[in-house]
Design a protein around this ligand. Structure first.
Ligand SMILES: Nc1nc2c(c(=O)[nH]1)N[C@H]1C(S)=C(S)[C@@H](COP(=O)(O)O)O[C@H]1N2
Ligand SMILES: [Mo]
Length: 419
């Protein structure tokens, strides 16, 4: 099988085609794999594994393995850029992002940290400054919760009119995990936090030494965590191994990875990450600082940019989330926003967590523009792009949450459009 055919198969598998078409492509792909598996390590199939049988009921399967891998037929990947990589939202199911596909954003690479040498210093306005090892932190009562993480630069192409991009390219800087660790408040109590401490500096131990000021509001004290676990295993190095700060609902940047220091104070520390960057320039030339909560956003992931449809039945699917709470309503329009219908949201609907929505739809082969919009449990409605730009102007590059429009041409090809 030539490389070219392989590449074609991979793209066509990503497209949403009719079931019969998909099955044919899958079968074609499977047959070609058979031909190469005996002699090559392509797709991780090693030479000493048995060739894939035509009928798997006729030969024993492979033996247990110490560490599992996905099926060699599954090829979804992050799209990797210089200092970030995006989650393939169009390929995922449910709401958990596999750790290996969690988006990444790092300002000076992923450090290699030996957990036995890592320390977390808690100092400043505390009566008992403390230095913790990772093992010591694991002895505190642990908690777990699901939460999305989203880079504030996610969806930033919405401010311009970027052409012909996929949902992964446009919106893939967000992912959901189950996070495990200890409550920040537990740690602060252990260090005997002083009454005047209203802000906290959190600093990472990477080559960027990223540091942010965290306001110690009730919300933060109730929900913030120092995490060591992700989806049942240790944090991945890309996600901050061995320790990261988790501030559910807040912009990605303040969720400091490779956490090594917490300093308590009574004013914000005004680091470069909250002055020179991560501020929102408004139309009047003033900049907003500390816009920390990620406002409600939704996006249709299927059908989405660069996929191709055939006329007939489709289940429109997508994700919605809000940094302020639970998703209450998701609506979908298939007529460019003239009318909206309620989509079904898939349980469990958790606060500050990706929520999957679905709507059955029959595409009649005519040009169509499909959109989604969500409302969170504070009553906030995701704005149209025009409404967002009216308030925010176009000087911002962060915190874009306008409605995404996908145009389906008569040829079935889906493109991102601005309206
Ligand atoms: N120490 C440190 N923490 C960091 C960063 C970094 O570069 N260094 N990047 C931040 C940014 S901009 C984002 S969006 C999130 C990304 O988290 P993830 O890579 O686990 O998805 O981590 C934040 N925490
Ligand atoms: Mo970010």
């Amino acid at each position: 099988m030539s490389e070219e055919t392989l590449a074609d198969n991979e793209t066509s598998n990503r497209m949403s085609a009719s079931p019969s078409l998909k099955r044919r492509q899958f079968l074609a792909g499977g047959a070609s794999l058979l031909a190469i598996s005996a002699s090559s390590t392509l797709f991780g199939v090693s030479a000493d594994e048995p060739a894939k049988p035509i009928d798997p009921t006729r030969v024993p399967g492979v033996s247990p393995r110490p560490h599992g891998e996905r099926s060699p037929f599954e090829q979804q990947t992050r799209l990797v850029a210089n200092s970030s990589s995006t989650t393939p939202l169009q390929d995922l199911q449910g709401v958990i992002t596999p750790a290996s596909l969690h988006f990444e954003r790092h300002h000076n690479g992923v450090p290699a940290i030996d957990p036995s040498r890592h320390r977390l210093l808690v100092h400043g306005r505390v009566d008992r400054p403390m230095i913790f090892t990772v093992e010591e932190l694991k002895r505190f009562p642990s908690v777990s919760r699901m939460a999305f993480l989203e880079c504030s630069g996610n969806s930033r192409d919405g401010w311009d009119e970027a052409q012909d991009l996929t949902v992964q390219q446009l919106h893939g800087l967000t992912s959901t995990s189950e996070w495990t660790g200890i409550k920040l408040s537990t740690l602060l109590e252990a260090a005997e936090i002083q009454r005047e401490a209203t802000w906290m500096l959190a600093e990472g131990g990477d080559a960027a030494a990223l540091a942010r000021s965290v306001p110690l509001t009730d919300e933060v004290l109730n929900e913030a965590m120092v995490c060591y676990g992700q989806n049942g295993e240790a944090l991945r190095p890309e996600q901050g191994y061995p320790l990261r700060l988790l501030l559910p609902g807040f912009e990605g940047n303040i969720n400091v990875k490779w956490l090594r220091r917490l300093k308590l104070g009574s004013t914000p520390f005004m680091t470069r990450w909250e002055t020179a960057t991560y501020t929102d320039l408004m139309p009047d030339g003033k900049a907003y600082q500390f816009s920390l909560a990620m406002e409600a956003k939704s996006v249709i992931t299927r059908p989405s940019g660069q996929q191709q449809l055939r006329p007939g039945f489709h289940e429109i699917q997508g994700l919605a989330w809000s940094g302020r709470g639970r998703i209450a309503i998701v609506e979908v329009s298939v007529d460019a926003g003239r009318t909206w219908q309620a989509a079904r949201v898939q349980e469990p609907v958790l606060p500050k967590c990706h929520t999957r929505f679905r709507l059955p739809w029959r595409w009649d082969g005519q040009e169509a523009i499909i959109q989604s919009r969500c409302t969170d449990d504070t009553g906030y409605l995701q704005p149209s792009r025009d409404a967002l730009i009216k308030v925010r102007g176009t000087h911002s590059s962060y915190h874009y949450n306008g409605i995404q429009s996908w145009k389906i041409g008569r040829d079935g090809v889906v493109t991102n459009v601005y309206k």
